[in-house]
Design a protein around this ligand. Sequence first.
Ligand SMILES: CC(C)(COP(=O)(O)OP(=O)(O)OC[C@H]1O[C@@H](n2cnc3c(N)ncnc32)[C@H](O)[C@@H]1OP(=O)(O)O)[C@@H](O)C(=O)NCCC(=O)NCCS
Length: 169
Amino acid sequence: MKKLMSESYAVKTANVLPPDSNSHGTLFGGRLLQYVDDIAAISARRHCRESVVTASIDSMDFLKPINIGEIVILEAMVTYTGRSSMEVMVKISKEDLTRESGKTLAAFSFLTFVAIGEDNQTIEVPKIEADNDRLQWLKDTGEERAKRRLERKEQSQSLSSFFSSDLLE
Ligand SMILES: CC(C)(COP(=O)(O)OP(=O)(O)OC[C@H]1O[C@@H](n2cnc3c(N)ncnc32)[C@H](O)[C@@H]1OP(=O)(O)O)[C@@H](O)C(=O)NCCC(=O)NCCS
């Protein structure tokens, strides 16, 4: 079964208020990560219609600060699928509603979710079909990104015995 990438599209828009900010008056990175994980999980569930868990979050570069008083817009879409895993791209933009300057890209990230059944076993997810050339590029380059993630996971696993003992021992 195949589903169009656009069928997994999900968007969240939020005000940036003082409780969401750090001491520089900009959106706290931890709050942004919470939004990113939340919207990406919705997109993955919209694609597979199953429960999902976050398997990994790729690095995130904060390109522009998002200031108190601006709004933050998060757009998410499934950009690659394996058997049970789904890569979701999240694009984060900001907008100052007091101006006509439009949206500015503030950050982006890729996350990987795995579909899980009630028995905690992984579930096969539908394949994706690109809606246009730009989405086709994201899909075509997804296999290479997935390969790099699994290499990184192997490195984490080899480090796990080192971290399993008390760091201060
Ligand atoms: C993610 C998890 C289900 C993977 O389980 P696992 O035993 O490694 O399962 P598998 O090796 O069969 O991998 C299942 C799929 O996940 C992918 N995967 C596993 N670890 C991954 C990682 N770190 N990054 C990206 N993909 C990963 C595999 O490539 C595989 O994809 P495929 O089915 O499309 O080929 C398991 O590690 C887990 O439950 N982790 C904790 C999740 C969690 O608590 N998240 C935070 C809260 S939701």
